[in-house]
Write a protein that binds this ligand. Structure first.
Ligand code: ATP
Ligand code: PAF
Ligand code: BAL
Length: 325
């Protein structure tokens, strides 16, 4: 919760089109203000708020973007059911930050509408498997309507972990983050370590393409029982939520074991996979990788990160823990 003294700030500006967003940023920069961007897909929770708190320490102004990016969803994924409640998000923001919240909420209609005004609202029915990208991959913007065909790929880092089961995911993430950078023109971007691979990919993209943006990573915020906060948690039944705790609890045990001398990544992975399966989850992957390169590692001999994705019912959750030895 924000503790800053003083008068409550007025409500954030809500900006819906790219031109107005860019104009605002440029006018603030002309007044020598620095800007942080916190990109999100909305349905805000304490994890998002921790990113906003980070942003406050790195810049004068904060832009929170709320945009469910169709390009990172395959037609078989949950674009149409991704949780969303813009007005509730605004209320939550006000409650979490009565004094200093965000300056702008950028809530674009459709970032892939290149027509007049960019106001066409994308519907979930727009997402169908009718086209394919360069590598035969398909996302929910390849619907033959917008004509979007330019993609950013971080070819090595996107290959493993979530990239294996979501082959177009990081292409969509990198591309929309570039679009947001080009529209918002931030000095700083704040990303959560819950999406560890995503954070690493954005850092690499910023470096490789010389974006004048500093990427700040924010630690994972968890429920008191250890479950990593995630917008998708809302779809867990109470029973599934209990079972899903097996991810964070087994990761904690593995981290402790590794930090106390267990060097075999194989043993550590077996213990996590077993715990999740015993709880009734379905493991997508459980990998121990180098923190920078994300390459799979066999022996705990340096700083690593243990990354997991698992299904509980219809909900796919991700989590990770860094292992520092
Ligand atoms: N528990 C968390 N702790 C820290 N950062 C988080 C947490 N959850 C999400 N974030 C970060 O918030 C940003 C926006 O994420 P997003 O809006 O996709 O929320 P989410 O909860 O990760 O959603 P979901 O997991 O359901 O896709 C990302 O940088 C993400 O890493
Ligand atoms: C970074 C992001 C906002 C891009 O759509 C999304 O992947 C997310 O919310 O983590
Ligand atoms: N934070 C991850 C967004 C997604 O799963 O699409």
């Amino acid at each position: 919760m924000e503790k800053e003294e003083g008068h409550p700030r007025p409500d954030p500006l809500i900006i819906r089109d790219k031109a107005t967003m860019r104009r605002w940023s440029r006018s603030m920069r002309a007044q020598s203000k620095t800007i942080s961007l916190v990109p999100t897909m909305g349905y805000l929770h304490q994890g998002h708020f921790s990113l906003i708190t980070q942003a406050h320490t790195h810049s004068d102004l904060t832009v929170l973007s709320i945009y469910i990016n169709p390009a990172q969803f395959a037609p078989s994924e949950d674009l149409s059911t991704y949780p969303s409640d813009f007005h509730a998000d605004l209320d939550k923001l006000k409650k979490a930050f009565p004094r200093r919240g965000v300056d702008v909420v950028f809530y674009p209609y459709d970032l892939y509408d290149y027509g007049e005004g960019g106001r066409r609202r994308r519907r979930s029915s727009d997402c169908f498997n009718s086209g394919s990208g360069g590598n035969g991959v398909v996302s929910c913007v390849e619907d033959g309507k917008s004509g979007h065909e330019t993609w950013v790929r971080v070819e090595g880092l996107e290959r493993g972990l979530c990239g294996k089961s979501r082959p177009i995911f990081f292409r969509g993430v990198a591309t929309v983050v570039v679009k947001l950078f080009n529209v918002v023109e931030p000095d700083v971007a704040v990303l959560g370590k819950k999406d560890y691979q995503q954070w690493r990919i954005i850092c690499r993209m910023v470096r490789d393409l010389d974006f004048p943006v500093t990427v700040i990573a924010s630690e994972i915020v968890r429920e008191s029982d250890g479950l990593a906060l995630s917008s998708r948690n809302v779809y867990l039944s109470p029973e599934e939520r209990k079972k899903a705790l097996s991810i964070s609890s087994s990761l904690s045990r593995a981290k402790l074991a590794a930090e106390n001398g267990q060097q075999s990544c194989r043993e550590l992975k077996i213990s996590v996979v077993q715990s999740i399966i015993e709880a009734g989850g379905k493991v997508d992957y459980a990998e121990i990788v180098d923190q920078d390169t994300l390459e799979v590692v066999d022996v705990v001999d340096r700083s690593l990160v243990f990354c997991v994705a698992a299904w509980f019912g219809k909900v796919r959750l991700i989590d990770n823990m860094e292992i520092d030895v």
